[in-house]
Design a protein around this ligand. Sequence first.
Ligand code: OXD
Ligand code: MN
Length: 648
Amino acid sequence: MPATQHRLLHEWVEEMARMCEPERIVWIDGSEEEKESLIREAVANGEVVELNQRKLPGCLYHRTAANDVARTEDLTFICTTLQEDAGPTNNWMSPEEGYRRAGEIFQGSMRGRTMYVIPFSMGPVGSPFSKVGVELTDSIYVVLNMRIMTHVGAPVLKQLGSGGEFTKCLHGKAERDMKRRLILHFPEDNTIWSVGSGYGGNVLLGKKCLALRIASYLGKREGWLAEHMLIMGVESPEGRVEYVAAAFPSACGKTNLAMLVPPEGLKIKGYRIWTVGDDISWMRIDTDGRLWAINPETGFFGVAPGTNSKTNPNMIKTIKRNTIYTNVVLTKDNTVWWEGGDGTPPAEGTDWLGRPWKPGLKDDKGQPVAGAHPNSRFTAPLTQCPSASFRVEHHHGVPISAIVFGGRRAHLAPLVYEAFDWEHGVFVGATMASERTAAQFGTLGEVRRDPMAMLPFCGYHMGDYFQHWLDMGRRMTNPPKIFHVNWFRTDENGDYLWPGFGENLRIIEWILDRCRGDADATKTPIGYVPAPESVDLTGLSISGEAMDSLFAVNRSDWYAETDGIAAFFQQFGNRLPKVLWDQLELLRLRLKAPISLMTPGTEIRPLAAELNEIIQRENPNVYSMLSRLAKRLYFPKGILAQSAEAKE
Ligand code: OXD
Ligand code: MN
């Protein structure tokens, strides 16, 4: 029995055990001895394979079931009393139905097995930012992962005391049958039930389920933000460290950016990056009127394919020890490999499905067979990262200077632009769009709108979520500036215009310069883009034409985009804040400005902006007449007919 006097915790564990009927219950204390014995047991029962301890000390290997390799959004539900509180972007189930349906699957599902009780803290134990959860699970793999991703065991129970609040998290593998899989969130009960899956995103309940879905709900109630954001510290040559929080949809390079290595040209200047977190940020307003953030996690649950010494050298160093690898290639000498990894592929090995695999293998249809699943993962302790910030454990978090939203848009969005103010920034975040990735179950490549990269993770009505963002802005006297980046713009041949990776620091440098008022920008209808020469390109070979294309804003493409935004907003009905409709209208008006703000890379744009303002101020009638003319000139007939004219 654990050393806790928390009566409600004991009662809940007993109640869940009556339902799941485990043979025994083990409370996790977080000690090293306990870890060793869990590993021995998991190796003995085949749940994990011990990797080559000489080459990869402390590392383990695990395979999930073939049908259980990614988050299953269609089986993920928000169970609120009223359906409208879950909003149109979440799957909804009533709490009664949720408990009944999952309860049937949980019933007796742990017979003959052990139920582990994992007390965990998201955020430093005892920090005012932190939240405690207790996860019950019948998977040692989950316990071992949770030990890396969160603070677990005795100190957390102590923090909980005899009556502290905690999120009740129940996980059971059950049969791992998709038809009997449910990932349920009961925000009103501070409860999560996940059954029928063994994939990290569905079962490490501290991560997406608690730290985003439940926490976003708590954040709305308690006046803070739980966001799908990395947090990085940028140390400038003068030794000043400023922090950026950035939201990108899954697999857009968030992890790589969080631990970026400065490129040669900027290294000379003396920049250093400090990684606070790569996935989740909890942010509160402090008495200084600024936004402060912590990373509630203590580890990385990163995507393996594509991770190598070029794309992410710091991560490669991080995952050499004490790491759990899932669904990658297992080599003959018990090491690991994945597509887009370092070195030549092993001559032979075992693939993520446990089948013999070798490079060049083709399937029946002649298609190459990947050895690692595209969403194969590693789980590694953050403290092992060479760029880990010493403030990771800081109870107070770090002050955020800039919020960056991003997405994967081949043509539309410029490399970077700055929102005019907080409200416009919320609009920029709310209208983010990107392509679907391997981390989600579904069609790869499909474009979807993903506000603040929170679409799969917001635990309540997204209209209310936008309102919460607007309210947070009003409460700050010194809010972060908001930016949008797109590293993925391509030319007419489909080749990336921007080299990305470490070079992205050049854009982060511009962003932080803007926050301090040290960089020039040019006004465009969608926001401020860097003035010519304001991004430091020292040591980078990129043509002026490419830079022009990277910052170009195409009026008719953006006008068409406003239609997509309007259709997206429509679904939120009267819970969409009016401010966002107003922002859309303002964007349309700016796009219709009589004098083009679009000509890329010229000195004319600031003048154009000024002329527009003068005409509008001095003679609104002339301005709207010119607007109509400009619209006819700039927008193709199709778009005009469908959108602006139809609506006006
Ligand atoms: C992840 C994600 O972080 O899917 O795994 O966003
Ligand atoms: Mn994520």
